[in-house]
Design a protein around this ligand. Structure first.
Ligand code: CMX
Length: 134
């Protein structure tokens, strides 16, 4: 169940292109991928920082969780994602520890990874994602 590392930090943005420009020009990072995740109703952009990624998230629909977040709180840090060897087992173990799950089973995320979310109301206010290859 222990995470191997922080896989990524998800940041909700209003405009992906403008936000990419900030990370590239000001921080000198390189956006290595832009991908739409239809299941999550978001368009994502990725930057590598050591072994951790920054994932920018722009909503592609008003029903997107990211659209709701930006409307309510404005752009900013949206979630933290821990790399797990086995996402399905990690979700099950979190639930056994009394955590409320958003995803009972892993689903398809960006970069071909399997992902699952824990509800921020049972994680001290931090929307938490597990992600991994299985
Ligand atoms: N971080 C912390 N708290 C959050 C939050 C976030 N990202 N999003 C919502 N909340 C809080 C709200 O502020 C609210 O708290 P209060 O009741 O105190 O006001 C509470 O959670 C419930 O929020 P809500 O607006 O009633 O519920 P939503 O319909 O917005 O759903 C959530 C919230 C977390 C269940 C939903 O956003 C979700 O299912 N997220 C998981 C999927 C996701 O975020 N996908 C996008 C990223 C995909 C990717 O990385 O590829």
């Amino acid at each position: 169940m222990t995470p191997t590392h922080i896989e990524h930090i998800g940041i909700a943005v209003k405009n992906l292109e403008e936000s990419i420009a900030y990370y590239e020009k000001v921080l000198g990072l390189k956006c290595y991928a832009v991908e739409e995740v239809t299941d999550q109703k978001v368009k994502t952009a990725f930057f590598m920082v050591g072994q951790t990624k920054i994932e920018l998230l722009e909503a592609t629909s008003e029903e997107s969780p990211v659209a709701k977040f930006v409307e309510k709180k404005g752009p900013g840090i949206h979630h933290i994602a821990f790399a797990m060897d086995d996402v399905a087992t990690s979700l099950k173990e979190a639930e056994e520890n009394g955590v409320r799950l958003i995803d009972k089973e892993p689903r398809a995320g960006a970069e071909g990874l399997r992902i699952g979310f824990l509800h921020p109301k049972s994680t001290g206010g931090v929307l938490t994602e597990f992600c991994g290859k299985k």
